[in-house]
Every structure is written in C-alpha cells, then in structure tokens.
Write a protein that binds this ligand. Sequence first.
Ligand SMILES: [Zn+2]
Length: 75
Amino acid sequence: MPANRVVQGRMVTAKKLAEIIEDGSVMETEAIEDADRDCPDCGENVIKVTYMPSVTELVTGYKCQECDWRDADRN
Ligand SMILES: [Zn+2]
C-alpha cells in the first residue's frame, strides 16, 4: 500500500501530511486514505489522515491535494 501521496506537487508521508494540517508537530499517525469528498474550494481530490497531536487527542485531518484547503475533526 503506498504510504506517501502527492500534495500540492510534493510527495508527503502521513506524518508530514498531519503536520501540514495541524500546523505543528504530531505524535502518531495512521496511513493516508482517500476522503471520498471533493475540495470545497477547487473541486480536486481530498485525502485524510488520523493523527494524535498529543496523548489525549485523536484528530481526523483532511487536506486537498491541489490547494491550501484543509480541515480537522477534533474528537
Ligand atoms: Zn482544493
């Protein structure tokens, strides 16, 4: 299973993707998956990654592969 994906022209790991969405460092990440939704800004593909920014938080982050759009569900 490919662990890395292209985001805005750059190959990123799950950890790097989570750090882009969080705008900071993260502790743990799961694999990148397709989010099955289109970007509300540009209509391109959105990918998602579940990560832990701290020991007490689990976040599902979303990122457009083509523009700056991103979002996060904080559980
Ligand atoms: Zn977009």
